[in-house]
Design a protein around this ligand. Structure first.
Ligand code: G3I
Length: 554
C-alpha cells in the first residue's frame, strides 16, 4: 500500500496531479505505437508553435510518424512566387526526425492554404502548369530523404458527386482545376515522383466513408494507375489517404466498405487525419466519453482487420485543446493532456468494448418507435385535413439545449406521403447560411424500411424552414415535392407533399420515417435538435435509426 502511495506521489509530480489507476496502468504497460507495432504506424500532427515538451513527449511516446499540421502547405512554403521559405517547416521536420519519428509530408497541392498567384487572378493554363510542377518538384526535392510519403494532392473530389463513374466530372471546381483542367491531377503526381522517386505518393481526401465520393476516388486512382503503370518502376499513385474526420455517428461499416474498395486497387491505404467528434462547447459528458471511446474502438477494430494493407493511422490532434475541432472534443487526450476513455479504447479496442458491454446493451435496448400514416389526400394549406392521423411527438433532443419542438401527422395516397409538422417555441431565425442551422423541419424517409447504414435510391431527406425554403438530399428528391408554411408568433406549421420514389404505396406497407426540428438561436446558430426516434444524429446519411410508419386505411 505504502509503495502504491509513493508511486502515486511520484506520478503526480511528473504529470501535475494524482494519477488514476488507468493512467498508471497506461504508463507501465504500453504506448500506442508499441500496441500497434505489428499492425501499422501510429501518427499524429506536429504544429511548430504549440509543441511544448509535454505535447512532444506524448507525440514521441505514442507515435512513430508525424505530419506537419500546417507548416508544409503551399501558402507557407511559397507565399510569393519563386521565394521558397523552408525555415519553419525544416525546424518541424528536423526536430521530428531527430526524435526518431518518421515524417509524412502534407501537402503539395490543395485548394486551401495556397497562394492565389499560383492558379488564380488570370494565371494562364501554361503558367499554372509550370507553377504546380515547380512547386511540387522543389518541395519534394527539398525534403527528399526526410519524408517517407506525401499527400501529393489533397481534397480534389467534390462532395457526394452525382456520377462517380466519371471521375473527371467529379472533381472539385478548385482553382487548380479551373486553371488547368482534370490533367492537373497527373501533373502534380508526376512532378512529385520525378523529384523524390522513393517517397510514397498519396491522394488524400475526407468523407471517404461516403460511397459515392469513395467511388469517384477509386475510379480516378484506377484510371491514372492503369495509364501510368510504370513511373520509376511502379504505378504513379502509391496510396489513398482516408482522412477520417469522423463523429460518433459515422458508421464503421461504411469505413470498412471504402477500405475494401481502395485495397482492391492494390494501393496502400492510410488513415491520415483521424478524429471523432463527440461533445459541444469544448465539454463532454461521461456518456459522451464512453460513446466516443466505443466509436474509436470500432474503427480501430476495422483498421486492425485490414492492417496488412494499411500503412499508418494518423490522428489529427494530440489533445482536445489544440484540435482544429476543439469544441467537439475529438481527440484522445483532454485539455489537461490526460488520456480520455478514447485513449484506452484505441490502446485495446476489444478490452474497452468488453468493459462497456452494459453501456452498449442499454443503448441497444431502445425500442424503435412506430406510428401510422392514414390514407387521405389533403390540401396542403388545410391543417384540419390531417385530423384523423395520430400525432407523432418530435420532442427527444439530440442536444443538451431543449429548444423548439413539436408534432407531426402523416397521410398517404398512392403517389405521395403528406406530412404536417407543427413547431412551437421557435425563434424564426434563418440568418445562418447553413440551412440546417435555421429554424426548420426535416423529414427522413427510408421507403423500403431496410435501415441501411448509407443512403440508397429509396432514401431521402427533406428540409423546409419556417419561410418555406426547401433543401434536399439528394438534390433529385426535389422532383414533385411541394411545401407550404404558416407562422404565428413563436409557432409555425410546415406541410409537405413527398412523392414516393421507389415503392408502390398500399395499405400495410411499412416505411422508415423520422421528423426533426432544428431550433435556431436568436443569433442564428443551431442551438437545439429535437427528433421523433433517431437519436444517433446520423439520419442524414444512415437510415438504420429511423422510426417506422405503417400505411393504414381507417
Ligand atoms: O497563418 C495564420 C497565422 O499567420 C496567424 O498567426 C494564425 C493565428 O490564428 O493564423 C494562421 O492561420 C491559421 C492556420 O491554421 C495556421 O495556424 C488559419 O487561420 C487556420 O484556418 C488554419 O487552420 C488549419 C486548416 O487546416 C486550414 O484549412 C488547421 O490548423 C488544420 O488543422 C487544418 O487541417 C486540415 C488538413 O490540412 C486537410 N484536411 C482537413 C484538415 C482540417 O481542416
Amino acid at each position: 500500500m505504502l509503495k502504491r502511495i509513493i508511486l502515486c506521489l511520484i506520478a503526480s509530480l511528473s504529470i501535475g496531479g494524482c494519477a488514476s489507476r488507468k493512467e498508471a496502468d497506461m504508463r507501465k504497460t504500453q504506448s500506442l505505437k508499441d500496441a500497434y507495432a505489428d499492425y501499422f504506424l501510429i501518427g499524429n500532427i506536429v504544429s511548430g508553435v504549440d509543441m511544448d515538451d509535454l505535447r512532444y513527449n506524448i507525440l514521441t511516446t505514442h507515435h512513430n510518424i508525424a505530419t506537419a499540421e500546417n507548416a508544409m502547405k503551399p501558402q507557407y512554403l511559397q507565399g510569393t512566387k519563386g521565394v521558397f521559405t523552408f525555415v519553419d517547416a525544416d525546424a518541424v521536420v528536423n526536430k521530428a526526425v531527430s526524435r526518431g519519428l518518421k515524417v509524412h509530408g502534407h501537402t503539395l497541392a490543395w485548394h486551401q492554404q495556397s497562394p492565389a498567384w499560383m492558379n488564380s487572378e488570370g494565371v494562364s493554363r501554361g503558367d499554372a502548369v509550370a507553377n504546380l510542377a515547380t512547386h511540387a518538384k522543389t518541395v519534394a526535392d527539398h525534403f527528399k530523404g526526410r519524408v517517407v510519403s506525401w499527400d501529393v494532392l489533397n481534397e480534389a473530389i467534390a462532395d457526394n458527386p452525382p456520377n462517380p463513374e466519371d471521375w473527371r466530372a467529379s472533381l472539385r471546381q478548385s482553382p487548380w482545376f479551373k486553371a488547368i483542367g482534370a490533367d492537373y491531377v497527373e501533373i502534380v503526381f508526376k512532378a512529385a515522383r520525378e523529384a523524390d522517386p522513393t517517397a510514397k505518393l498519396y491522394y488524400n481526401d475526407y468523407n471517404l466513408d461516403n460511397p459515392s465520393k469513395a467511388a469517384a476516388v477509386y475510379n480516378m486512382v484506377k484510371d491514372i494507375n492503369e495509364r501510368n503503370p510504370d513511373v520509376n518502376g511502379r504505378p504513379l499513385i502509391d496510396g489513398v489517404g482516408m482522412q477520417g474526420h469522423y463523429s460518433t455517428h459515422t458508421n464503421p461499416a461504411n469505413v470498412e466498405n471504402s477500405l475494401q474498395r481502395f485495397i482492391s486497387l492494390n494501393v496502400e491505404v492510410s488513415v491520415t487525419e483521424l478524429d471523432v467528434q463527440c461533445g459541444e462547447g469544448g465539454k463532454q459528458t461521461d456518456d459522451q466519453k464512453i460513446t466516443q471511446g466505443l466509436a474509436y474502438a470500432a474503427l480501430f477494430n476495422v483498421f486492425k482487420k485490414y492492417a496488412e494493407h494499411i500503412g499508418r493511422v494518423t490522428m489529427w490532434g494530440i489533445d482536445d485543446g489544440s484540435s482544429w475541432r476543439r469544441q467537439a472534443c475529438p481527440t484522445m487526450f483532454n485539455d489537461s493532456l490526460r488520456p480520455k476513455p478514447a485513449f484506452f479504447a484505441v490502446l485495446d479496442p476489444d478490452k474497452f468494448t468488453a468493459e462497456n458491454r452494459m453501456f452498449i446493451e442499454k443503448r441497444e435496448k431502445k425500442e424503435t418507435k412506430q406510428s401510422e400514416a392514414v390514407y387521405g389526400t389533403p390540401d396542403l394549406t388545410n391543417a384540419a385535413a390531417w385530423s384523423q392521423a395520430p400525432a407523432i411527438f418530435i420532442d427527444s433532443y439530440l442536444t443538451a439545449w431543449q429548444g423548439a419542438s413539436g408534432t407531426a401527422k402523416v397521410l398517404w395516397d398512392e403517389n405521395n406521403l403528406y406530412v404536417l409538422a407543427t413547431v412551437n417555441n421557435a425563434e424564426m431565425n434563418k440568418a445562418n447560411r447553413n440551412a440546417y442551422e435555421q429554424d426548420s423541419v426535416e423529414i427522413f424517409i427510408d421507403e423500403n424500411n431496410e435501415k441501411t447504414p448509407y443512403y440508397e435510391k429509396d432514401d431521402a431527406q427533406y428540409r423546409v424552414n419556417f419561410d418555406n425554403e426547401a433543401t434536399f438530399n439528394p438534390s433529385s428528391a426535389a422532383e414533385g415535392f411541394e411545401s407550404w408554411t404558416s407562422v404565428s408568433g413563436r409557432s409555425y406549421t410546415v406541410s409537405l407533399k413527398i412523392p414516393f420514389r421507389t415503392i408502390s404505396a398500399e395499405e400495410g406497407v411499412l416505411i422508415g420515417f423520422d421528423a426533426q426540428i432544428n431550433g435556431a438561436s436568436a443569433q442564428g446558430a443551431r442551438q437545439s435538435v429535437a427528433i421523433w426516434n433517431d437519436l444517433s444524429g446520423g439520419s442524414y446519411q444512415d437510415t438504420s435509426g429511423l422510426g417506422v410508419l405503417k400505411l393504414t386505411k381507417r
